[in-house]
Design a protein around this ligand. Structure first.
Ligand code: PGA
Length: 253
């Protein structure tokens, strides 16, 4: 089973609309001069105000745009909320769901995450479900139990298998810290995610793409990609710099 590699950028709350478009202009210029291999999907998740403009600009180089969050439901009297349908219409194809910063700072629970995943799929977006243990959970030896619980909540919510699902394994302690786990260790967790999905859904476990995220850069991405159960990466800080991002997109393998 060959799964397409996926490289996704998470810009968090960085870059104005102007800065986002300047990044996109430079990416397009460089990609036209020297394209990256066609065997991979490249996705950028900018801030919400930049999403529609970036989606328009990046189609020329086959880069998809993703949102960083969505509100479940379609429309309604919900001041400040943005649904998957609105994001899809604005040009998003993917959406991050349950990033650890959303779980921690915005109180998102496993059930809320599962609900969002379901409504993302209903809106025609591909959810990238983020899971990962904290440093304390890791020290207690609870990593797999935490992942099992987080993935299980999503599997429990979806009535039918969804073959395009993407799960990003992001240890909370590795995000923005410069400390990534050993690739083989990350692969063990990725394999555990795949086992859970395969047990619940059969074949969809084999098409499931599992990303690694947390202090990924052009220097260490290759080692994660070389692992059999890791299909790509979710990159924060290093994706803000267009040259570093291009170096990752062009990585062989
Ligand atoms: P980082 O962030 O690459 O800056 O560690 C990853 C993420 O939060 O998705």
């Amino acid at each position: 089973m060959t799964r397409r590699r996926l490289l996704a950028a998470n810009w968090k709350m960085y870059k104005t609309v102007g800065e986002s478009l300047a990044w996109a202009r430079e990416l397009c210029r460089q990609a036209e001069a020297e394209p990256w291999p066609a065997d991979r999907d490249v996705v950028v998740c900018p801030t919400l105000p930049a999403l529609a403009g970036l989606a328009q600009r990046l189609t020329a180089v086959h880069v998809a745009v993703g949102a960083q969050n969505l509100d479940p439901g379609r429309e309604g009297a919900l001041t400040g909320a943005v649904s998957g349908y609105l994001l899809r219409e604005a040009g998003a194809r993917y959406v991050l769901v349950g990033h650890s910063e959303r779980r921690r700072h915005f109180g998102e629970t496993d059930l809320m995450v599962a609900d969002k995943v379901e409504s993302a799929i209903a809106a025609g977006l591909i959810p990238i479900v983020c899971v990962g243990e904290t440093a304390a959970e890791r020290e207690r030896g609870d990593t797999e139990a935490v992942i099992h619980r987080q993935v299980g909540a999503v599997l429990g919510q979806l009535a039918t298998p969804y073959a395009a699902l993407v799960v990003a394994y992001e240890p909370v302690w590795a995000i923005g810290s410069g400390q990534a786990p050993h690739p083989a260790e990350a692969n063990e967790v990725a394999a555990a995610v795949r086992r859970d999905v395969t047990e619940a859904w059969g074949d969809a476990g084999r098409t499931l793409r599992v990303l690694y995220g947390g202090s990924v850069n052009a220097g260490n991405l290759g080692a994660f990609w070389a692992e059999p159960d890791i299909d790509g990466a979710l990159v924060g800080g290093a994706s803000l710099d267009v040259r570093q991002f291009l170096a990752m997109a062009r990585l062989p393998g």
